[in-house]
Design a binder for this molecule. Structure first.
Ligand code: GLU
Length: 285
């Protein structure tokens, strides 16, 4: 029986798309359903939204099994993994600002994958004084990483289909920043492994994260989960449900008298309330 998880970010109230994701995770194989709070972004995370997540799940009748994992309580775990990667020469400090990166991309030779970091800081000579003095992030040297693990790992979706990544799908991802001691990618792979998650259920909008997360899993000798990237819930006109454009929150649906467990039952049966539609993003392999 798979162990699955729901991993919301407490940066707003949950909406129908979250309910669908939680329903998919809870339903996948009827196994163990875990909860993780992705609160690594101090600027956007708020404790009242964590309470909101607990209330909403309770109303839906989706109670998580075991302890709730809270990312902000696991910074030592992430820091230790980053140190290991530093010792192995697989990460490098990056001093670029967003503006530097945008500028370097404009001047990048053809053939450089445009959406990835152009590598400006990759070959800088070690400079402890600068490291001490200047804010910096740490990036994965994905070229070296791939040499070490012997090529690009793929992944398997729950229907058994194997997906392959291409070099275009992976760049020198940021693993930590001064203001964010771990990136989503690094935290996510460690958390999934530590919660014993063997099926990662999440929206297909997060599928572009999977190739780099598979690289990190192999580098850190973490087990390979199966993936279920589910379709997304949108407004009927195809517009995405975003916290900021007043997507109907679960709190509002509850106030309107909607029955939580009945909603989960219909979502599990792939049926949406009026006014919403499913959207299946395509994937360029
Ligand atoms: N915290 C992410 C989100 O709310 C989900 C991360 C994941 O499922 O891997 O979009």
């Amino acid at each position: 029986m798979p162990v699955t998880r729901f991993a919301p970010s407490p940066s707003g109230r949950l909406h129908l798309g979250h309910a669908f994701s939680a329903a998919m995770a809870a339903d996948a194989g009827d196994g163990t359903f875990r909860l993780r709070i992705d609160d690594l972004d101090p600027a956007r995370s708020r404790p009242e939204y964590v309470d909101g997540i607990m209330e909403d799940l309770d109303w839906l009748g989706l109670s998580p099994d075991g302890e709730v994992m809270v990312e902000s309580e696991r910074l030592d775990r992430y820091a230790a993994a980053l140190e290991e990667l530093k010792d192995r020469g697989l990460v490098y400090p990056c001093f670029c600002t967003r503006a530097d990166i945008a500028e370097a991309m404009l001047n990048a030779p053809h053939g450089d994958p445009g959406h990835h970091y152009p590598g400006t800081c990759r070959r800088l000579a070690p400079d402890p004084a600068r490291l001490e003095a200047e804010p910096h992030s740490w990036r994965l040297d994905v070229g070296r990483a791939l040499e070490e693990i012997g090529g690009l790992p793929g992944w398997t979706e729950r229907d058994g289909i194997r997906f392959r990544s291409t070099r275009d799908h992976v760049g020198d991802a940021i693993l930590s920043r001064k203001d964010a001691p771990s990136s989503y990618h690094l935290a996510c792979v460690l958390d999934d492994a530590d919660q014993g998650v063997d099926m990662v259920v999440r929206g297909a909008d997060l599928r572009p994260s999977t190739p780099i997360q598979r690289v990190l899993q192999q580098l850190l000798c973490l087990p390979e989960p199966t993936y279920f990237h589910h379709k997304l819930v949108t407004h009927e006109d195809g517009k995405r449900l975003a916290k900021r454009d007043k997507a109907p929150t679960l709190e509002a649906m509850r106030a309107d008298g909607v029955d939580g467990p009945a909603l989960v039952e219909s979502l599990t049966a792939q049926s949406l309330p009026l006014g919403f539609a499913f959207h299946e993003p395509t994937w360029e392999a």
